[in-house]
Design a protein around this ligand. Structure first.
Ligand code: ZN
Length: 392
């Protein structure tokens, strides 16, 4: 036992002045040095996952971006039903403040619901600012369904819809066929639908599955533990009720490969924003595949260099989309895409236990992401208000 000089008890506990026996710490090759606090327990009860909110002391430049640098098409819009002049003006005013030029209503409207919204938009001062996609009735699919759904699709497109979508994640995850079995993404009964979309040259906007962690065990290594603990409807661990993540990916890839002439727009970067190389391989093998960036900002903002490289490489395949229509959330996207800001907050703590960094995309890439690719895929969008892609 070493003799200590008398210390005030608090300092002794903190350990700042405790003598260190360097000789005893000599390491052999490959030996791991014990951590200074090894074996210690916090003196105070540790905070729980929601309580610990450390204040960052980092001082770095801050560039808030309330308005996008270029006008934007949001291909993944979920506004309230555009059936009245009041709603259209309210949504339109919020869009103006964000520099959101065109919103694609991806709520998937068909028949009368579609016609009523198209009429209301045409009668409003925002007639150039909204595009409507139709949806597919994928309930109780059985023999003959494919032809019937394809016919409805053609009717809706003639009525003024400019694309299909959003096809929701229920397709693949939970939708059942008339015979009670799960409707697989690549079910051949639906082939006529995808071929009709290809013939009409309209995009098919499809959301498949959810983040892979929603299918993984709900343990303390799960990146989305808090979100899964908050939302029981996002738990897909039960294999007797849900397919696995990879099963859905296999069906999806098979569907896309079987319909190479259909213009596929995959929602949420296909839930591969945490593995961009995987999405890159899909882009490489499927020239008609596009994808949008809704609700995965937390994955781009934690790998700004790799994400920037990916966005530059695949600049002709990426579209802007936001998903839920919350006007105050869009500026987080503008900031990640446009600035080089570092270590800033995201807007949902249960999505990401980390900070975001800006990707600093070049203007030429930003323009394609914000509107150029959408104008190419959806010719029904008016060119008015968009700058030319290359200086003329
Ligand atoms: Zn959506």
């Amino acid at each position: 036992m070493r003799l200590l000089s008398p210390l005030p008890p608090l300092l002794a506990v903190v350990g700042l002045l405790a003598p260190v026996d360097f000789a005893a710490q000599t390491q052999g090759p490959g030996q791991i040095r014990p951590r200074p606090a090894e074996g210690r327990e916090p003196e105070f009860p540790p905070p729980n996952i929601r309580e610990y909110q450390p204040r960052s002391t980092l001082v770095v430049p801050v560039h808030l971006v309330p308005r996008a640098r270029f006008p934007v098409v949001d291909i993944h819009g979920h506004p309230p039903a555009l059936t009245s002049a009041a709603v259209i003006s309210q949504v339109g005013a919020a869009m103006d403040s964000l520099n959101l030029r065109v919103l694609v209503n991806a709520n998937g409207s068909t028949g009368d619901g579609l016609s009523r919204q198209l009429e209301a938009v045409r009668a409003s001062p925002y007639r150039d600012r909204f595009i409507l996609f139709t949806t597919l009735n994928l309930r109780d699919v059985g023999p003959g369904s494919g032809a019937r759904i394809a016919a409805q699709l053609e009717t809706d497109i003639k009525a003024g819809a400019a694309g299909v979508g959003e096809i929701g994640k229920g397709f693949g995850l939970s939708a059942r066929k008339a015979d009670g079995t799960r409707l697989k993404l690549d079910d051949p009964e639906l082939d006529p639908v995808w071929e009709t979309a290809a013939r009409l040259k309209i995009p098919v906007f499809i959301h498949v599955a959810d983040p892979s962690e929603f299918f993984a065990p709900l343990d303390y290594q799960n990146e989305r533990w808090l979100e899964l603990a908050l939302y029981p409807g996002r738990r897909y661990q039960d294999r007797s009720r849900f397919p696995s993540f990879e099963e859905l990916m296999t069906e999806r890839d098979h569907l896309f490969a079987r319909h190479p002439h259909t213009m596929w727009v995959l929602a949420h970067l296909g839930w591969h924003a945490n593995d961009l190389a995987r999405l890159g391989r899909m882009f490489d093998s499927l020239p008609n595949l596009y994808s949008e960036v809704g609700a995965i900002l937390y994955d781009l903002g934690r790998q700004p260099r790799a994400a920037r490289e990916f966005f530059v490489k695949y600049q002709d395949r990426l579209l802007f989309g936001k998903d839920s229509f919350q006007p105050d959330e869009y500026p987080y996207y503008w900031r990640v895409f446009e600035t080089n800001d570092e270590y800033f907050d995201y807007y949902r703590d249960y999505h990401a236990f980390w900070k975001l960094y800006g990707m600093g995309l070049p203007d030429s890439v930003l323009k394609k992401l914000y509107y150029g690719n959408a104008l190419r895929l959806v010719p029904a969008i008016s060119r008015a208000g968009f700058p030319p892609l290359r200086p003329q």
